[in-house]
Ligand binder design. Structure first.
Ligand SMILES: [Zn+2]
Length: 84
């Protein structure tokens, strides 16, 4: 591929690989220019990333007690301590 094959002038360079980009091929992400190959896929990751999965996220350290039950137990313990 030579420069003569590009119909548009180079307007920017990919931050990741330094590839020359035209206004048709450049991709903007958070004010930074990337080529189509290196632009971060933020729209696809939003809401569906591995961190958002309930199966992989570290929910509660003690899996035997639900957060609600743990709260009630703590509340009862504090309540009893007021009467001891
Ligand atoms: Zn690139």
């Amino acid at each position: 591929m030579t420069a003569n094959e590009s119909p548009k002038p180079v307007t920017a360079y990919c931050r990741a690989c330094g590839k020359p980009l035209t206004e048709d091929t450049l991709k903007m992400s958070q004010g930074t220019v990337y080529c189509e190959e290196h632009v971060p896929q933020q729209s696809a990751a939003a809401g569906q990333g591995p961190a958002a999965s309930p199966y992989t996220a570290p929910a509660v350290a003690n899996t035997g007690v639900s957060p609600g039950l743990a709260f009630l137990l703590g509340l009862a313990r504090d309540w009893r301590s007021c009467w001891d």
